[in-house]
Design a protein around this ligand. Structure first.
Ligand code: SF4
Ligand code: SF4
Length: 107
């Protein structure tokens, strides 16, 4: 099981969650952040830190955002399990599902 970042993060990515994660498993893409499903230890620390409530425990992910489960997992197809987001730094790509979304969360 893991935590999942969903649609409210897209084009926000303020990184408030990153500072809370004790295992540095929240990785930055171009338009949102992604939680590594194998590196996450399910501590839940990131969830309340998100100002837009984008983070959900896997079982609690709203059905309308099911695609974000695949996006969080699939983002790491190329990256594998680097073992730390800080050393990786921001990536200039997203999961294809996220990359194809129209501009979001803009006033
Ligand atoms: S649940 Fe804990 S380990 Fe998993 S991403 Fe959030 S802060 Fe990191
Ligand atoms: S705190 Fe929320 S909006 Fe900010 S980067 Fe993390 S998931 Fe995205």
């Amino acid at each position: 099981m893991t935590y999942i970042i969903a649609e409210p993060c897209v084009d926000i990515l303020d990184r408030a969650c990153v500072e809370e994660c004790p295992v540095d498993c929240i990785y930055e893409g171009k338009r949102m952040l992604y939680i590594h499903p194998d590196e996450c230890v399910d501590c839940g620390a990131c969830e309340p830190a998100c100002p837009v409530e984008a983070i959900f425990y896997e079982d609690d992910l709203p059905e309308e955002w099911n695609d974000y489960y695949d996006a969080n997992v699939g983002f790491f197809d190329e990256l594998g399990s680097p073992g730390g987001a800080a050393a990786e730094g921001p990536k200039d790509f997203d999961h294809p599902f996220v990359a194809a979304l129209p501009p979001m969360n803009q006033e």
